[in-house]
Design a protein around this ligand. Structure first.
Ligand SMILES: [Zn+2]
Ligand SMILES: [Zn+2]
Length: 161
């Protein structure tokens, strides 16, 4: 289940990369693996068959090879290394996963705290009940004793009359 979640995030992150928009349709695990490997899976340039995409044009939002960068179409455009983009995305992904891990722990701690609070309340309820029981017993004993005393006095009076 965790593996599926990671795969799902990877698919989302690959799909969200505009420069990888050419990855159309369903992304398989193999696709993901080939894109994440730094040296393998570099796509051959559509315009320059001998070159691989090594950079991305920020303005065109397209992957480019070394020869593409000299093309007038990209005049004045800014290029970023694919490697850097991948590393940045991987770092973001890693941070996200760590964050998920942390919040999961926090939820666990909150749940434990909640359960321990509940136990406290229950213990207090039980001890309060016991205290009430003791009070009732005391009152009952006192009343019984008073009743006995009252009866004794009355009986003495009856005997006198
Ligand atoms: Zn090219
Ligand atoms: Zn461009």
């Amino acid at each position: 289940m965790i593996i599926n979640e990671i795969l799902r995030i990877l698919v989302i992150f690959i799909k969200s990369l505009p420069l990888l928009a050419y990855v159309s349709g369903d992304v398989t695990g193999d696709d993901i693996a080939s894109h994440l490997k730094p040296s393998h899976g570099l796509e051959a340039c559509v315009q320059h068959a001998t070159q691989h995409y090594t950079m991305a044009c920020q303005q065109c939002q397209l992957p480019v090879c070394d020869l593409c960068t000299g093309n007038p179409d990209h005049k004045g455009h800014v290029f970023s290394k694919l490697q850097d983009i991948f590393q940045e995305k991987m770092k973001q992904l890693h941070d996200k996963l760590l964050l998920g891990h942390t919040s999961k722990n926090e939820v666990l701690i909150k749940r434990e705290k909640f359960e321990s609070n509940l136990r406290d309340v229950q213990n207090r309820m039980i001890s309060k009940c016991q205290h009430l029981h003791e009070l009732i017993d005391q009152v009952l004993q006192k009343n019984t004793a008073e009743l006995k005393e009252f009866k004794r006095k009355k009986m003495t009076k009856f005997r006198k009359t």
